[in-house]
Design a protein around this ligand. Structure first.
Ligand SMILES: NC(=O)c1ccc[n+]([C@@H]2O[C@H](COP(=O)([O-])OP(=O)(O)OC[C@H]3O[C@@H](n4cnc5c(N)ncnc54)[C@H](OP(=O)(O)O)[C@@H]3O)[C@@H](O)[C@H]2O)c1
Length: 287
């Protein structure tokens, strides 16, 4: 596995493990333990996922058992929109840390680009400067919003976690991120299973050459273009398979074949849809 250096000099694993839609505490804890055993060192959760406690329990168990040292893990969580204000962010951060059972956090993200992002960010900047958080970033910030934000804030976001997979390549958005030294991180790197990704003929054919699955090819394509990935699975065999991508490299021509699958838009979520905006603004974190 490889690492990427963030704008402040800290190293972040290029591959991490995501736990979106794993609400059952036992299943989440087991999946995180399976991921750490398979070699993952970055775990990506969020206050709104409702599983920070289970992630924290798995981290504690893995560290106590000597599987890994805390300093070798990179834990990310995200501040939810309902808590976007200076005071709200301070309180929500304390609540996340209590649920995770951690002394410090590796990466804290503004989960969405709506609401009082500036008030929340001032609190995050303070927590970062106080050493409670090692890096801060954003998620779902489209190019115009990232530009506005990065031009106006004191500490520029070090990571932007957005939807990135072979059917939504977002090369333009990645260029904007690079302008600000912001590292692209892919959510939904397996397109959440859409577009027949696991049996896609282009991905499967390239995979056959390297003895890899279509899923592994999709993941490696993002890594090979410098994008961090956060695949999610609750099956130990798939968790291990998704991490087994570090022993081959595709040719430029194969990379171009995968680039050509781009549809130019998301078929998972439309952040411009007023109903989605209202839904996100109305959702609350439960303890
Ligand atoms: N910032 C944001 O707004 C945002 C939004 C979405 C996600 N995320 C983060 O990104 C992470 C990943 O995204 P995601 O969970 O939405 O989707 P994903 O990782 O693209 O896809 C997950 C789906 O693929 C299946 N799968 C995984 N590996 C497989 C394999 N090797 N073969 C066949 N099926 C496989 C999983 O099934 P099983 O679980 O049954 O194995 C699950 O249904 C999340 O967990 C979360 O941490 C962030």
């Amino acid at each position: 596995m490889e690492y990427i250096t963030l704008a402040n000099g800290i190293n972040m694993p290029l591959e991490g493990f995501g736990v979106f839609l794993v609400p059952d505490p036992a299943a989440c804890k087991q999946a995180v333990l399976d991921a750490i055993k398979a070699g993952y060192r970055l775990i990506d959760t969020a206050a709104i996922y409702g599983n920070e406690r289970a992630v924290g329990e798995a981290v504690k168990e893995a560290v106590d058992a000597g599987l890994v040292k805390r300093e070798d893990l990179f834990i990310t969580t995200k501040l939810w929109v309902a808590d976007f204000s200076y005071e709200g962010a301070k309180k929500a951060f304390a609540a996340s840390m209590e649920r995770l059972g951690l002394e410090y956090l590796d990466l804290y993200l503004l989960h969405q680009a709506y609401g009082d992002i500036y008030g929340a960010w001032r609190a995050m900047e303070e927590l970062y400067e106080a050493g409670k958080i090692r890096s801060i970033g954003v998620s779902n910030f489209f190019p115009w919003k990232l530009t506005e934000f990065a031009e106006l804030v004191k500490v520029k976001p070090m990571v932007n976690q957005v939807e990135l997979h072979p059917f939504f390549t977002q090369y333009g958005a990645i260029e904007t991120m690079k302008t600000y030294g912001c590292v692209p991180q892919a959510w939904g790197p397996l397109a959440e299973g859409k577009h027949g990704i696991f049996t896609h003929p282009v991905l499967s054919e390239i995979g056959a050459k390297y003895g890899k699955t279509a899923a592994q090819i999709a993941l490696k394509w993002n890594v090979q273009r410098g994008v961090c990935i956060l695949p999610k699975s609750v099956h130990a065999d798939q968790i291990a398979q998704n991490f087994d991508i570090w022993d081959f490299n595709m040719t430029d021509e194969e990379m171009r074949q995968i680039d050509a699958l781009d549809l130019g838009h998301s078929e998972i979520i439309d952040h411009y849809d007023p109903n989605i905006v209202k839904f996100i603004l109305g959702s609350k974190v439960s303890d």
